[in-house]
Design a binder for this molecule. Structure first.
Ligand SMILES: Nc1ncnc2c1ncn2[C@@H]1O[C@H](COP(=O)(O)OP(=O)(O)OP(=O)(O)O)[C@@H](O)[C@H]1O
Length: 204
């Protein structure tokens, strides 16, 4: 049976990368990250090919035109997208593919035959979201404003029936991670890969 990919979505700053990082740390052999393409500039510490494939508008448009992208979207004047190759690279290693994409991407990927599980990471409040973006220190005031403007509509969309399989409010990080992990352990029926781990949780 094909391994179902897991799509993470949620407002910028809600904690997707943080939670994904915890999953990869705990289960390095189970999960693989679908590396998205983007035309935005790398943030300090970001590595091409690992966090994103950094590219140009011209190159990305050419590849989209060739049909090589599953989904793509524009956000804050930059293009983002998931190439078919990025997902294949994970699946060929027999790992569960994790994706970090926005709600436009979620709509597109749900139309494919990938049958993704969709997880929405929500902030405890818009105020906390803004504080976290400020504290992360990666955005200009203008960029934070743009992110906050789209956050409200993303939260609204997350409540529509049938879009997300679970909504996780990332208030206390440890609690959010536990909820995420338990959900994935329960839903991803793919052999007995997590059995021992799951028993460990149930016995606690
Ligand atoms: N539960 C939490 N409590 C406090 N701070 C948190 C929590 N989760 C994440 N953070 C912090 O909030 C900031 C935003 O988190 P993160 O970068 O993971 O968000 P993101 O959803 O991946 O954002 P983007 O979509 O912009 O990449 C980071 O500085 C992170 O350390």
């Amino acid at each position: 049976m094909a391994l179902r990919p897991v799509v993470f979505s949620g407002p910028s700053g809600s904690g997707k990368s943080t939670l994904l990082g915890l999953l990869f740390k705990e289960f390095p052999n189970e999960f693989g990250f679908s590396v998205s393409h983007t035309t935005r500039q790398p943030r300090p510490g970001e590595v091409g090919g690992k966090h994103y494939h950094f590219t140009t508008v011209e190159e990305m448009e050419k590849e989209i035109h060739r049909g090589n992208f599953i989904e793509h979207a524009k956000f804050s004047n930059n293009m983002y997208g998931t190439s078919k190759q990025a997902v294949q690279d994970v699946l060929k290693n027999n790992k569960i593919c994790l994706l970090d994409i926005d709600e436009q991407g979620v709509k597109s990927i749900k139309k494919t035959d990938l049958d993704p599980l969709c997880v929405f990471i929500a902030p405890p409040s818009l105020e906390t979201l803004q504080n976290r973006l400020n504290e992360r220190g990666t955005e200009t005031a203008e960029s934070i404003e743009r992110r906050m403007a789209t956050a409200a509509s993303a939260l609204q969309y997350s409540k529509e029936k049938g879009v997300y399989d679970i909504i996780i409010v990332n208030d206390i990080l440890e609690a959010a991670y536990k909820k995420l992990k338990e959900f994935l352990l329960q839903v991803l029926h793919f052999g007995n890969r997590f059995d021992n781990h799951f028993k460990g949780i149930k016995n606690k």
